[in-house]
Design a protein around this ligand. Structure first.
Ligand SMILES: *Cc1c(COP(=O)(O)O)cnc(C)c1O
Length: 381
């Protein structure tokens, strides 16, 4: 740029189009909007020929994430959003509206339970919660205005692997949509879309990101349903930031490696802890898929362990009310994720003050085990 003042140069100098560099990694399109050379180019956006106008409507980084997860799940299309919660909301609103009814599993992530139970009422959407372990309970809950069956592929904190085929058949029989939260399993272990589930949703905050440094969500499904979900993400302003989409895409590159290691570690820890006399129960699913059974192990400490001492004696294993990172961490369902659940509901699900959820990381498996066993030993009364 010639013949402009320093002031103008400072504004425009760094804005030259650099899209022609052949960078190996996707650049971060940290921009709120896109520019056009002339009105014909602008018009071409509205005719669907040019993809980007405004980041809330779409951005190369968030699109890369949506497409990556769709590819891993075997789905046609995907859209990224600001969190797992907003992805769930966008997915639900893509199939249900004022006057509709949803049948949901009673054993859901606490935030999802609250969204479905409390917030959706304000949208005029009614939800019935039943145990999805029992087909008859689901059948009995279906009404004339039911539109959707909602569950998680591996439930939290007791890690029951849901019978997806039964759910899909039931949905076909009653002409309902199905939506499955696949956060705990990840597409490495399970691909519910390929079994006929209509919408698969992820808290990418967990395993997809994998490094506990982003909040993000993704929803995948058919072109038509995702178009509708994308419109909700746009209207609700639930778009993901380009940088967080970029971080999540980077995390996904090692998803297979992390999950292979974490699944193996979790199987080992579950098998070993099963032999400890100071553990009342070990919850770890069997045969979820040939790839593994997930990387979360839930235990119930026996009554001769002091729970506070156990949590305070874990060394490099941190107390974290989340999961899915490369570091092993522990969480306390009765004190965090399920804290607000009425005590009768906690008892019904089997949650008590001695239940500990362990998110197994990529560390050396013997050292993870030693750290856990040593904390159990220290906690004995
Ligand atoms: C964490 C989590 C969510 C919510 O995701 P956010 O990214 O925190 O909004 C939903 N479902 C499951 C199973 C989760 O673990």
């Amino acid at each position: 740029m010639k013949d402009v003042s320093f002031d103008t140069l400072a504004v425009h100098q760094s804005h030259k189009n650099k899209n022609n560099f052949t960078s190996k990694a996707t650049p971060i399109f940290q921009t709120s909007s896109f520019s056009f050379k002339n009105l014909d180019e602008l018009e071409s956006y509205f005719e669907g020929e040019s993809p980007y106008l405004y980041t809330r409507y779409g951005n190369p980084n968030t699109d890369e994430l949506g497409s990556a997860v769709a590819a891993l799940e075997g789905a046609d299309s995907g859209v990224a959003s600001s969190s797992g919660m907003s992805a769930i909301l966008a997915g639900v609103l893509a199939v249900a509206k004022n006057g509709d009814h949803i049948v949901a599993c009673d054993d859901l992530y606490g935030g999802t339970y609250h969204l479905l139970d409390a917030e959706l009422k304000n949208f005029g959407i009614d939800v019935t919660f039943v145990s999805f372990a029992n087909e008859q309970e689901i059948r009995d809950a279906i009404r004339e205005n039911t539109k959707l069956l909602y569950t998680e592929s591996i439930t939290n904190p007791f890690l029951r692997a849901e019978n997806i085929k039964m759910l899909v058949n039931l949905a076909k029989e009653f002409n309902l949509a199905t939506m499955v939260d696949n956060t705990f399993a990840t597409p490495y272990v399970l691909q519910p879309y390929l079994d006929g589930v209509d919408l698969v949703v992820h808290s990418a905050t967990k395993y997809l990101g994998g490094h506990s440094d982003v909040s993000a969500g993704v929803i995948v499904g058919s072109e038509q349903l995702i178009q509708s979900a994308r419109q909700k993400v746009i209207s609700l302003g639930a778009n993901l930031s380009p940088f967080e989409a970029w971080l999540t895409c980077r995390g996904i590159k090692t998803l297979a490696l992390r999950m292979e290691r974490q699944n193996k570690n979790a199987q080992f820890i579950a098998d070993q802890l099963n032999q400890s006399t100071h553990i009342e129960k070990v919850y770890y699913p069997k045969k979820v898929s040939e790839k593994g059974n997930g990387a979360v192990v839930t235990i119930e400490l026996s009554s001769n362990c002091n729970v506070h001492t156990f949590f305070a004696s874990l060394g490099w294993i941190k107390i974290v009310p989340s999961l899915g990172g490369v570091e092993t961490s522990v969480s306390y369902p009765s004190g965090t994720s399920h804290r607000n659940l009425p005590s009768e509901a906690q008892v019904k699900l089997g949650i008590n003050a001695r239940v500990v959820r362990i998110s197994i990381g990529i560390e050396n498996q013997t050292e993870i085990l030693d750290q856990l066993l040593s904390a159990i030993k220290t906690s004995l009364r």
